[in-house]
Design a protein around this ligand. Structure first.
Ligand SMILES: Cc1cc2nc3c(=O)[nH]c(=O)nc-3n(C[C@H](O)[C@H](O)[C@H](O)COP(=O)(O)OP(=O)(O)OC[C@H]3O[C@@H](n4cnc5c(N)ncnc54)[C@H](O)[C@@H]3O)c2cc1C
Length: 455
């Protein structure tokens, strides 16, 4: 891939490609340091274009094509692969309009979920997104999106009913169930492989608040996880829970083990009933319990600090059909053997499982839990032998899963996409890719290659 010619440095105008192109920022430009930053690091692209309009996006893609640059689309900037060097980073964060008509919500392709939640709350509405305000609508939705209402309303992608997309050829396409059903199917979990989504159309749900509860866990982890599993097996769909055990060096959450629960609506008694066996379990302490506005439940995570870069992560994630005793044992052992490790579980089932497997590319609709475990690769603390041991411990957990969730992976190695999509799904995604991005300029992601085939 060639770097952009030197005469485009700092351009913010129309004269390079014969039309709007947004603001082009190159190494050495005053804004370069801020332009190449993403949530968890500093990227090394050949150039960054900040696009503020659909025309800018079209111009940026013409520019990328003329310069033979692969395109990395940046919405909320929270993916872990923003640092893959080279290519053009197309920053669409300025495309952040949000409009509401009844329950139909149109959201700019670069908007953040916190802003969406605030706007929707004014209308008594909600969309299930994720747990963090600064995460982008684009990456989370296109990858699936496992949020606080996943058991009642499904994935973020399940609430997507249409989109406006700029294709690799620079065409602007309105995507609906009737106009381009295959493309809409691919956008519900197939990632940013098919074009730049400049607007997402969602069907929102009525929401007047949530009951939010946090429990501190000092008891025996195996026992508590068993209780939590049994609670969720019979829980109403309004309830979704997250279990987290976080080491002190992780700045994203307070250290220690917790369960956080969100129950849709304002019925505290119903929430208490559903959570009672957990609340009564030995070593469990209620830290918070009460009705909140949904936007207030979303977390704010710290900005990337170059003085304290996050260490690498050894481990992975998987969608589990069953949280059986054996998996619980393995997850707890993973944490016990690696004190600098995170274990994270979020409940699934309910509406998530109502969606037919072939209705979206998202894997494992029969999963009842999402699980993630990773040890921090801290220099001086982790050596090659430990890396091998941790890798093997994780592989044994993933072997019991039914698929990998791409949005929580840290690599775009082709083997990851192979573990996310079963062969038949990959073949169907590749057919959509051939139709919309045959040259694969949108490849800086979990890439669906145009030539991929089921065979
Ligand atoms: C602190 C934190 C909390 C998180 N919590 C959750 C959670 O609760 N639930 C959950 O499911 N996930 C969660 N995630 C994972 C999150 O879904 C992914 O990191 C996701 O990729 C973030 O989207 P983004 O737009 O912010 O990232 P970006 O890095 O901007 O985008 C990621 C990829 O999505 C594609 N993309 C983004 N926008 C567009 C667009 N408009 N058009 C076309 N392609 C686009 C591109 O391929 C891009 O490489 C969390 C991540 C972090 C860091």
């Amino acid at each position: 891939m060639s770097a952009p010619p030197s005469n485009v440095t700092g351009m913010s105008n129309d004269d390079m490609t014969g039309g709007a192109v947004g603001t082009v920022i190159r190494p050495g430009d005053p804004e370069w340091e801020s332009a190449r930053r993403f949530h968890s690091g500093i990227g090394e692209p050949a150039a960054v274009i900040r696009a503020a309009t659909v025309d800018d996006v079209r111009g940026a893609l013409r520019y990328a094509s003329a310069e033979r640059l692969e395109v990395m689309i940046r919405g909320g900037g929270h993916s872990a692969w923003g640092g893959v060097p080279g290519g053009l980073t197309l920053d669409i964060s300025a495309l952040d309009d949000i409009s509401v008509e009844g329950t139909r919500v149109r959201i700019g392709g670069g908007a953040l979920w916190g802003a969406v939640a605030h706007t929707l709350a004014e209308h008594g509405l909600g969309i299930s997104s994720g747990d963090t305000a600064s995460v982008g609508v684009g990456g989370l939705t296109l990858g699936g999106g496992i949020g606080w209402m996943v058991r009642a309303w499904g994935l973020a992608a399940d609430q997507l009913v249409g989109a406006q997309l700029v294709t690799a050829r620079g065409e602007v396409v309105e995507v609906t169930e009737t106009s381009h059903p295959d493309l809409l199917w691919a956008l519900r979990g197939g990632g940013g492989n098919f074009g730049v989504v400049t607007r997402f159309d969602f069907e929102a749900h009525r929401l007047d608040g949530v009951v939010h509860a946090v429990y501190g866990l000092e008891g025996e982890a195996r026992h508590i996880l068993g209780v939590l599993r049994d609670v969720m097996a019979g829980a109403p769909r309004e309830l979704t829970v997250t279990y987290m055990d976080v080491p002190p060096m992780d700045p994203s959450a307070p250290a220690g083990a917790t369960v956080t629960a969100v129950f849709i609506g304002t019925d505290e008694e119903a929430a208490r009933r559903a959570l009672a066996p957990l609340a009564k379990a030995p070593g469990v302490t209620e830290r918070e319990f009460g009705v909140q506005d949904y936007p207030d439940v979303l977390l704010e995570t710290p900005e990337f600090d170059p003085e304290r870069p996050m260490p690498g992560f050894l481990g992975g994630n998987t969608l589990l059909r069953e949280l059986d005793d054996d998996v619980i044992d393995k997850l707890v052992a993973f944490h016990e053997q690696n004190p600098a490790s995170v274990v994270f579980l979020r409940s699934l089932g309910g509406a998530y499982g109502d969606v037919a497997q072939d209705a979206t590319p998202f894997p494992a609709r029969d999963a009842t839990w999402f699980a993630m475990a990773g040890a921090f690769d801290i220099p001086g603390m982790i050596d090659d032998e430990a890396r091998t041991r941790i890798g093997a411990a994780w592989d044994a957990i993933e072997a019991q899963g039914a698929g990998v969730y791409g949005n929580f992976t840290v690599s775009t190695d082709p083997s990851v996409a192979g573990r996310m999509y079963p062969p038949a799904t990959m073949a169907r995604l590749a057919a959509v890719k051939r139709a919309w991005d045959p040259g694969n300029i949108f490849c800086r992601n979990h890439n669906v290659r145009p030539e991929a085939d089921a065979a």
